[in-house]
Each structure stands twice: as C-alpha cells, then as structure tokens.
Design a binder for this molecule. Sequence first.
Ligand SMILES: [Zn+2]
Length: 308
Amino acid sequence: MFLHRLTKHVALGAALFAAPFAGASTAQAQLKVVTSTTDLYDIAKAVGGDKITATHIGEGYQDPHFIEAKPSFVLQLRNADVWAFVGLDLEIGWMPLLLQGARNPKLQAGQPGYVDASRVISVLDVARANVDRSQGDVHPLGNPHYWLDPENGRRIAKLFQETFAKLDPKNASVYDANAKAFTQRLDAAERTWQADLAKIKGQPVVAWHTSWRYFAEYTGMNIVGFMEPKPGVPPSPAHLASLIQTMKQAGAKVIVMEPFYDKKTADFVASKTGARVLVLSPSVGGTKGLSDYIQLMTSGIQQLAAAL
Ligand SMILES: [Zn+2]
C-alpha cells in the first residue's frame, strides 16, 4: 500500500515536472526571429519554415526610413534569438533604443543572433559615404535598399541559413533544404522575367528615391534622374525644373515612385514631360497581392515592362 502510494506520488510528480518542460522544449525548438522589414521577414520564413517563429517591426506600406517602432517591440526583442535588420543606418532612428530596452545578450553586436544583413551585400553609392547627414541625406553609409536585387535576396537567404544552422544545429539540414528550395523558386521566377527584362533594359526612367538603384542594376533600367535632389530631401522647384529638362532630353517615359511619396508632384512632372507615373511598392506587403519576396520582384518587373 505504502509502496503503491509512493509510486503513484512519484509518477504524479514526474508528470507535473515533465509537463512544463515539454512545453518549454517545444517552444525552444523554434528559433524566435524578429526582423526590421517585411522583406527580411519573408526570406527568414522561407528559410526557417516551421522551425522558427518570426515577426517584423515595419510594415511593407511604410517608408522604411521612418518606421514607427512602438515600445511593445521591446518585449519581442527581449525574447528573441535573432534580430535581423537591413543596416547602413536604415534603422538608426529607433533600433538602438529598442535593443537597449530589450537587454537581450543574444542580440548584442558580435553575437550570432545579431544579424546585420548588409554585411553580405555589395553596397552601392558608398562613395557618397562622406556626405553630411545634416544636409538631410538619409544614406550616409551607402544605399540600404539592396533587397530589390534578387541576387541580394539569395545572399540574404544564405545568411539566414548559416545563422539559423549555427543557433539550432540539429535542424541545419532543414535550413539548408529550405534555402535551396527558395533559391530554386527564385531561379524559376527569374526565367519567366526574361522577356520583360529585355524590354526594360536601357530604357530611360526617373525614380523618386534612390531605392530603385539596385533594381536598376539588375533590370538594366537607366535612371536618368531622381525626383529627390538628395536621398530623403523633398524635391525643390529648381530641382524639378532641371529634372524636367533632363527627362525631355533623355526621353524618359516613366517616373517610378513608392506609394508613400507625394503623387501630385510626380503627376506634375509627368504632365510637363509626357511621362507616366508608376507607383511600385518596394516591400513585401506594400500593396495587395505582394505577399512574398518573389511576388514583389515579379510584380515590379512586370509592371515596369508594361508601363514602358
Ligand atoms: Zn532610402
């Protein structure tokens, strides 16, 4: 009787003991990933699959330079295993404060969970790095909009694969297979873009912000001018007057702009030059239907080719 009760007691104790740990180990099996943008989020999800949980701070329809980071994000960062961000000062306005508030040793610079995706990128416009930030230039360390070149999408996927495998080695083969599958889907999409890319190559266009520089490097579209006199500085009448002349001389047919800029100003320039305004989202989730990275690239290329 005594033995029976003891056994029962031990069994009950073991069950009580095991239950919370079983729950915890399930939760721990998934890496907790927080990204600054939807584009990094989508690529992280593609590589991590069901082995990670992921959240993003910015929304695709927001200007990535001016994301409003709510204090509630501190809690997400406090519990995260990985913090992945675009870098090159894109998140400078809010990231230091959130990381400070999170006090998470896994997300300190130098730790594997601190993922500055720009370190695997060949950064454009770095020669401008000695510009004075007080003049309003928002790209003091070079151009941070690198995800709009699919080659950089592949590099980001590889970086996530290596990061996740390091932090969660038992699932390394899953991350490897997922990264390969992502690259294969991107390769397959790329093959469908070829006719549109041929149409775009060499065509003179104007872009609002230098966010389209990497896209232009990839597609071959020829950016003959920008609506902004400097990245982040709104167009002045004098700048627009000179831009209109440049567009007429170059025969630019399209003004590419993001949904969060002032379309009236672009319409004005279009009316003076006979160009069309093409509103393109630079990020996953920026407009309806852009639910993943490959769709984002496909849609941008198709829409631009159709507008030319
Ligand atoms: Zn920018």
